[in-house]
Ligand binder design. Structure first.
Ligand SMILES: [Zn+2]
Length: 330
């Protein structure tokens, strides 16, 4: 059947047996492949004039979501583009760039990283590949922790959670330190940072853009998603959320995970955090051990039980809150 094979014959070259064997090995063992597959495109939602959020999956990182789980955002201004949290891998960063390039060919002016967790910033690599000089801003404590190897830990964590889908990702940390309370002007907009010493981590910058009435919350408050607090503080989070509410008059709040909304995001997340913390404090007073607290606290927080992360995190959150309550009792 000569016709069926004609296209093959027209190929300039068919791969040799050795190349084919390598390809088969790469397909069979994605972790040893040089690079994980491209991420499919996710839509960019315009949440304020010129401000787009790519709302990522709210599930934990997995082979299915290829580790994409945060909310990368970008602002298109008259002179260029500003990116906030370009995602968990080089593949996510490249997907963010593709969405930007569908709307504008203006240059990248700046990148902001809200905190040290790699699901938010490992996409820096793709930003730097596209614009090697672009400044990447983050809190000085994040620069410190990345210098101490936090980025490589996150590269490994994403690799194992996704069975190698993020392969090819390198930790490219922020280049410029930005303290809390600082204001910088980029693309005709103002970026004002809000920092509290211990919230979701010790590296969290919340970023306000007053002209747009926008506040980036980072992971300090998420929307219908419970996040890890391994590096966080319950009492510090409660103080920070109350303080930022008094300090910022934004209308559009962009959480690190979950849909963009208003201040109800902060209210809801605060209710969860205080439910854990106050619940633990009350049971601690009654002499209940942290192992025995979970059923009562889960009941108190029943309205959150369907939020992704609730089952995974609640036990750890109780242990952490217990340590904080205990620490404050002495
Ligand atoms: Zn985080």
């Amino acid at each position: 059947m000569p016709n069926r094979h004609r296209p093959d014959r027209e190929e300039p070259k068919t791969p040799g047996a050795a190349a084919l064997a390598l390809l088969l090995i790469a397909l069979a063992f994605p972790a040893v492949a040089a690079r994980g597959p491209d991420l499919p495109d996710y839509p960019a939602d315009e949440v304020a004039p010129g401000l787009y959020v790519i709302h990522g999956p709210v599930a934990y990182p997995s082979p299915e979501n290829q580790g994409f789980m945060n909310n990368p955002a970008f602002l298109v201004t008259d002179t260029g583009v500003i990116v906030v949290d370009p995602g968990s891998s080089v593949q996510t960063g490249e997907m963010v760039l593709r969405q930007i390039r569908k709307l504008t060919d203006k240059p990248l002016l700046a990148v902001f990283n809200t905190h040290v967790h790699g699901d938010h910033w490992l996409g820096n690599q793709a930003m730097l590949a596209a614009a090697p000089q672009v400044p990447i801003y983050a809190h000085p404590k994040m620069l410190e922790q990345v210098a101490q190897g936090a980025g490589e830990e996150w590269v490994q964590r994403m690799m194992s959670a996704t069975n190698g889908a993020t392969d090819g990702t390198l930790a490219r940390g922020p280049t410029h330190a930005l303290d809390g309370g600082q204001t910088i002007a980029v693309g005709g907009l103002t970026f004002k940072t809000h920092y509290y010493p211990h919230v979701h981590t010790t590296t969290d910058l919340m970023i306000e853009v007053p002209e747009l009435g926008v506040l980036f919350l980072g992971d300090n408050a998420c929307n219908h998603r419970i996040v890890r607090m391994d590096d966080g503080s319950f009492s510090g989070s409660l103080k920070a959320l109350d303080a930022v509410k008094g300090a910022v008059s934004a209308r559009v709040l962009i959480p690190g995970h979950g849909r963009t909304g208003g201040w109800e995001i902060v209210e809801d997340y605060r209710t969860y955090l205080s439910g854990v913390y106050d619940g633990v404090a009350e049971l601690y007073e009654q002499g209940v051990s942290d192992f025995d607290m979970k059923p009562q606290i889960a009941e108190r927080l029943a309205r959150f039980k369907d939020w992704p992360g609730f089952d995974e995190e609640l036990g750890k959150h109780i242990s952490l809150a217990y340590l904080e309550v205990e620490g404050e009792a002495f």
